[in-house]
Design a protein around this ligand. Structure first.
Ligand SMILES: Nc1ncnc2c1ncn2[C@@H]1O[C@H](COP(=O)(O)OP(=O)(O)O)[C@@H](O)[C@H]1O
Ligand SMILES: [Mg+2]
Length: 333
């Protein structure tokens, strides 16, 4: 088959100078594209790099491809940016790996995703959305339960999530929410802080999706309120240890797996996804967010590290994602 690769490279996207210093955090490096290309080729396919943005639009009309392996994050700060490339592919009737525009657009909007999942009985931290400074100042933050957690409503890759996102009082709340509103130009979600274990879960497949692994993220240095923040993700080799399978006991792991599969199915995810939870002491997993387009960097992608610890090579992981998509479209693999 002739496989097109769609992606957004950090080097191809110019942040506007009013943006935060993590504006390019979600975009990919050449290393990831080369790794994906090499797996596709080792499965006997030809590969065409279609890229992202305008260059992608021009190339996709020129090149004939049978299927696209899509990891494009999309352009701009729109909450539906991850849906941009799959929308074009659907318009042109080109098959592609991964979730559809609706799933991608909903999942990047954290409050909307939480509302849908909470209405289906999935536990998620209590939350409030603040869209403007006027709204922020109208709320009596003294009555809010602390610690609380503040994050931009439509981001990923820990953009806008720092150690300072854990809020202890009303003064800090006004200051941090004000800064996030100004820096990320989107609503802010204020959540109940979940003290507990940090886990991320890989899901693979379609009709009967399976769990790749439950990976626990542990700080190397004990910390009062550990969070998997931008500072930590940028220096993950020194800051955290990954434990997979998570040693949380069979009963808790079962609850986490069931919650992850339920989330995957409710949102209509396809082929693969990674779901993040915090697990309270009583073993209840609290849904934080889902990544239907999880990072596939061969060294630092959480789903790659997780699958590696479960005995998968990078090639077997990427090949399984590709095979899941091909099966959906009825292509022989
Ligand atoms: N309500 C919360 N309570 C405790 N920690 C949280 C909460 N929300 C987010 N975090 C911490 O921040 C990290 C990043 O948040 P997440 O919602 O997964 O955003 P991102 O899309 O940037 O990965 C989480 O992995 C977790 O460590
Ligand atoms: Mg996350």
């Amino acid at each position: 088959m002739r496989i097109g690769l769609t992606y957004d490279l950090k080097a191809d996207v110019k942040p506007d100078c009013t943006c935060s210093d993590d504006a390019l955090e979600e975009y990919d490096s050449l290393e990831t594209i080369e790794a994906l290309e090499s797996v596709c080729k080792s499965n006997g396919h030809d590969v065409v790099r279609l890229g992202g943005g305008r260059a992608f639009l021009e190339k996709v009309l020129r090149e004939r491809v049978d299927l696209v392996f899509n990891i494009a994050e999309g352009r701009g700060t729109y909450r539906s940016r991850e849906a941009q490339v799959p929308s074009v592919l659907e318009m042109l009737n080109i098959p592609y790996c991964g979730s559809d525009p609706q799933c991608l657009a909903v999942s990047l909007d954290k409050p909307l995703t939480k509302s849908i999942l909470a209405s289906c009985g999935i536990a998620t931290p209590e939350w409030k959305v603040v869209s403007t400074v006027v709204e922020l100042e109208a709320i009596n933050w003294h009555d809010f339960p602390y610690p609380a957690f503040v994050k931009p409503a439509y981001e990923g890759s820990s953009k806008g999530i720092r150690f300072a996102s854990v809020i202890e009082n009303a003064d800090q709340m006004l200051c941090v929410v004000g800064n996030v509103l100004a820096d990320y130009k989107q609503p802010v979600i204020v959540e109940e802080f979940i003290t507990g274990e940090e886990v991320t879960v890989g899901v693979l497949g379609n009709e009967n999706p399976s769990i790749i692994g439950i990976m626990r993220v542990l700080p190397r240095k004990k910390k009062d309120h550990f969070i998997y923040s931008l500072e930590v993700k940028r220096d993950w080799e020194n800051m955290v240890e990954y434990e997979c399978p998570a040693k949380l006991g069979d009963a808790t792991n079962k609850r986490i797996s069931e919650a992850a599969l339920k989330v995957f199915n409710i949102l209509g995810c396809r082929d693969f996804s990674r779901v993040d939870f915090r697990v309270k002491q009583d073993g209840t997993p609290y849904f934080l967010e889902i990544n239907p387009l999880p990072g596939l960097n061969p060294k630092s992608g959480d789903i790659v590290i997780m699958s590696g610890k479960m005995g998968w090579t990078y090639k077997s992981l990427v090949s399984a994602i590709l095979a899941a998509a091909m099966k959906r479209y009825g292509f022989a693999s």
